[in-house]
Write a protein that binds this ligand. Structure first.
Ligand SMILES: [Zn+2]
Length: 466
């Protein structure tokens, strides 16, 4: 067996690992590199393997940094199946179509600008198009959690709940070698314990080889999920009493649905007054339908709510905004309200319009519920920078700004170590992937302190095992 790291090695994005057995070759994830021009360019480089020799992709979940290079893989000749849970297949379709649309728009804008300047524009093309994305869908092969699938006479795999996003899975690969069965476990992204809707990540007891994520390998969340809910409740109550509005920049896939679930609880238990809540994101609306379709994946608490007759994403005051016109009318509202819109880091999307109109009002609140990367408007706001530039104009930040990091979909350092401690026998070899160098190194060191053989692989590094 030969393992090769083709992404998310010493960084968070581009998750992609090749596993070559004697009779079959598979890929774990095929994600896009994100963040900065240098990474964008890497997405256009050829794969460091022949896509035609890959028989299957085992896809952990639908976030773009895990599935975003699938259209390129298919374009490069991949003919096999893409195995994932049904929910992951459904979400990945939305995510890939959205990414294709953004890339097409971006390319069209670049071409227009170059034409205007009389410069050569023939080199500009989207990374992949809508039809490239659609060609991926024919390869999807849904598999439920726990069901073994044979990839060859000697290799099989199953998916186990990773608790990170609806349908997210860890991949457990088993193969025969010299009469012995060996196991490789790839965690994909691991969720936190106690998140709404999702079950906790499954505990795993055995694997010789472990590929583990390390996004928060050197950090602990400052607040727990429940503390965040209480903070959110206070912020909303105060803002509403002042007649202001609460603006929540949020990722459309996963985070927005968790927020709605949380607001549903707060409103229906009487902890919050009935306030108009607007979800202003066409993508979040599509994702919500997938969440409503896959109730079999809910955790015990959400299932109990359903049984008691509650619709966990629907509550008095909620409006899902559809059109751009409807979105614009929100600016004319005079009453207090809550607006949830993308993008999560304020790099684009409808939230920028709401910030443009609302950031200068001291009665308003801006609440961040996720990680804010360097160089984004979200990061500037979280760091207290004022004024900030929105649509080319400088705006004084008078609204109150909050960061609630306990809503994160990733396990933090403490929980990663706790999850790892459930192994009955230590893995022979552990590779820490999907983490910035510092985070991955720090987690490796902590695991070594517990007697583990843990290292951080380099991009392109290979590892052989019987
Ligand atoms: Zn993820």
């Amino acid at each position: 067996m030969l393992l090769k790291f083709c992404g998310a090695a010493g960084e968070v994005t581009g998750s992609c690992h090749l596993v070559r057995f004697s009779d079959v070759t598979v890929l774990l994830d095929c994600g896009i590199f994100q963040g900065g021009e240098e990474r964008h360019i890497r997405n256009r480089e050829p794969f460091p393997f022949d896509p035609q020799t890959v028989k299957a992709v085992l896809l952990s979940h639908a976030h773009l940094d895990h599935c975003g290079r699938l259209p390129l893989l298919v374009k490069a000749g991949f003919k096999g199946k893409i195995f994932a849970t049904q929910a992951t297949c459904d979400l990945a379709k939305i995510v890939l179509l959205d990414a294709a649309k953004l890339q097409e728009e971006d390319a069209a804008w670049k071409i227009k600008r170059l034409k205007k300047k009389g410069e050569d524009w023939s080199w500009v093309s989207p990374l992949f198009t809508t039809s490239d994305a659609e060609r991926v869908f024919e390869h999807f092969e849904p598999v439920p959690y726990g069901e073994w699938v044979d990839l060859s006479p000697t290799v099989r795999f199953r998916l186990r709940d990773a608790g990170h996003l609806l349908g997210s899975g860890m991949v457990e690969l088993r193969w025969q070698s010299n009469g012995k069965e060996r196991t490789l476990l790839f965690t994909g992204d691991l969720g936190q314990s106690g998140m709404p809707i999702l079950r906790d990540p499954e505990k795993v007891e055995q694997a010789e080889l472990l590929l583990m994520e390390s996004t928060y390998g050197n950090r602990e969340h400052e607040t727990t999920f429940n503390e965040c809910v209480e903070q959110l409740r206070q912020i909303i109550t105060e803002t509403v009493s002042k007649g202001g509005r609460v603006l929540i920049p949020s990722f459309a896939v996963g985070r927005t649905q968790e927020l709605l679930y949380t607001l549903n609880d707060l409103v229906e238990s009487g902890q919050l007054p009935i306030v108009p809540v607007f979800v202003d994101s066409p993508m979040a609306r599509e994702v919500l339908k997938v969440y409503q379709r896959h109730r079999e994946l809910y955790d015990e608490e959400a299932s109990r709510k359903l049984r008691s007759g509650d619709e966990p994403f629907t509550f008095p005051g909620l409006t899902i905004v559809a059109t751009v016109e409807e979105s614009k009318t929100l600016n004319e509202l005079r009453e207090p309200c809550i607006i949830i819109a993308g993008s999560g880091m304020c790099t684009g999307g409808r939230i920028k319009h709401h910030l443009y109109h609302g950031i200068g009002n001291p009665n308003n609140a801006i609440v961040f519920v996720g990680f804010q990367a360097k160089g984004t408007l979200g990061r500037q706001l979280v760091e207290g920078i004022s004024p900030v530039r929105i649509f080319g104009e400088m705006h004084e930040v008078k609204a109150r700004v909050f960061l609630l990091d306990g809503f994160s979909a990733h396990a933090d350092r403490r929980y990663l170590l706790q999850w790892a401690s459930s192994f009955a026998a230590l893995p022979t070899q552990t590779f820490l992937v999907h983490g910035e160098q510092e985070a991955a190194n720090s987690l490796a060191e902590a695991l070594r302190g517990m007697g583990w053989n843990a290292t951080v692989p380099r991009l392109g590094q290979e590892f052989a095992m019987e």
